[in-house]
Design a protein around this ligand. Structure first.
Ligand code: 0L1
Ligand code: MG
Length: 262
C-alpha cells in the first residue's frame, strides 16, 4: 500500500460526501498517482465502514465492468467489485429521484442469489452454479462521482464502482432451468429499445463474474456468504437517464423489472 491510513480516511470521506451530497469531484488519482490496488479497495472499505457506523446494512455485492461493451465504454480492461447497502434498493416499479444523484446511468443485469457460501481461490462457474439458489433480472443505476464519468480503474474502485441504486424484479428462476449465456436481454427507455444483448456478454457466462468475485475475496481471506445477492455486471453499455424517464428491462425466461426517474 502506498497511502497512509489518514489519507485513505480523507479520500473515503471526500468520495462519500460527493455521493451523499450528489456533487462531482475530479478523479482521486490526479492528486494521488502513487495509489495502488490495495489502497483503492481500502478506500472503498472505509466508505463501507462509515456507512455501517451510521446504521446502514449491506444487502448485496456487485461485479462491475464485466462485459466488453462496458469495458470499452469506460476505457478499462479489468472488472471491479463493490458493495450494495440498504438505501440503494428501490422497489420494482418504484421511483428514483435524480436530484439525489450526480449523473445517473442505467444498465441491465442478471442477478444471482446464493444458497451456499463461495470461497476462492480456484472458484469456477461450476462451483457458482452449484451454490446458486436462483437468478432474476435487475437494473443497476450507476452514478460515478467523477466529473463526466472520467476515471481510471483505481479511482472507480475507491468510489465503490459507481454504485448508487438497484432494482430487482421479475421471476426468481432456479439456475439449472436456464442457459445464462443465451438469455436475451432487452432494456427499453420510454418504450424504445435502447440496449439489447445476451447473457454471454458478461465474461462469456455471467457465473464467471461471480467466480471472479469469490476469487477476489478469497485472495483477501474472505468469502461470499450463503444468501448473498450479487449483480453480475451490465450486459450492455449503460444508458444515461433523466427525470421523466421510465426504464423497463425484460430478460428471456426471467420476466421484467422497471423503474421511473423523477
Ligand atoms: O456496474 C458497473 O459495471 C459500473 C462499474 C463502474 C464503472 C462505471 O461507472 O461505468
Ligand atoms: Mg453494473
Amino acid at each position: 500500500m502506498k497511502l497512509t491510513q489518514q489519507v485513505i480516511e480523507q479520500l473515503a470521506e471526500h468520495l462519500e460526501n460527493a455521493e451523499l451530497q450528489a456533487h462531482d469531484v475530479v478523479k482521486i488519482t490526479e492528486a494521488h498517482p502513487e495509489m495502488d490496488w490495495d489502497d483503492a479497495y481500502a478506500i472503498q472499505a472505509e466508505i463501507l465502514r462509515r456507512k455501517l457506523a451510521r446504521g446502514n446494512r449491506v444487502v448485496g455485492l456487485k461485479c462491475g465492468l464485466t462485459s466488453h461493451a462496458k469495458m470499452k465504454q469506460m476505457g478499462v480492461d479489468t472488472p471491479c467489485f463493490g458493495f450494495l447497502v440498504d438505501y440503494f434498493s428501490v422497489a420494482d416499479g418504484g421511483e428514483i429521484k435524480v436530484a439525489e444523484l450526480v449523473h445517473p446511468k442505467i444498465e441491465p443485469e442478471i442477478v444471482f442469489v446464493l444458497k451456499k457460501a463461495l470461497k476462492g481461490p480456484g472458484c469456477h462457474i461450476g462451483n457458482v452454479l452449484a451454490a446458486t439458489d436462483f437468478v432474476m433480472p435487475g437494473l443497476e443505476i450507476i452514478d460515478s462521482r467523477y466529473r463526466d464519468f472520467k476515471f481510471d480503474l483505481k479511482s472507480v474502485i475507491a468510489d465503490n464502482c459507481s454504485s448508487s441504486r438497484f432494482v430487482l424484479g421479475g421471476q426468481a428462476v432456479p439456475v439449472g432451468e436456464v442457459d445464462l449465456r443465451t438469455l436475451g436481454v432487452v432494456m427499453e427507455k420510454n418504450g424504445e429499445a435502447v440496449a439489447i444483448g445476451a447473457g454471454a456478454a458478461v465474461l462469456g457466462h455471467p457465473a464467471a463474474a461471480i467466480a471472479m468475485l469469490a476469487n477476489h475475496l478469497g485472495a483477501r481471506g474472505e468469502e461470499i456468504p450463503a444468501g448473498t445477492m450479487i449483480l453480475s455486471g451490465g450486459v450492455t453499455e449503460a444508458v444515461a437517464v433523466q427525470a421523466g424517464d421510465h426504464v423497463n428491462l425484460r430478460i428471456q425466461a426471467l420476466g421484467s423489472v422497471g423503474v421511473r426517474f423523477i
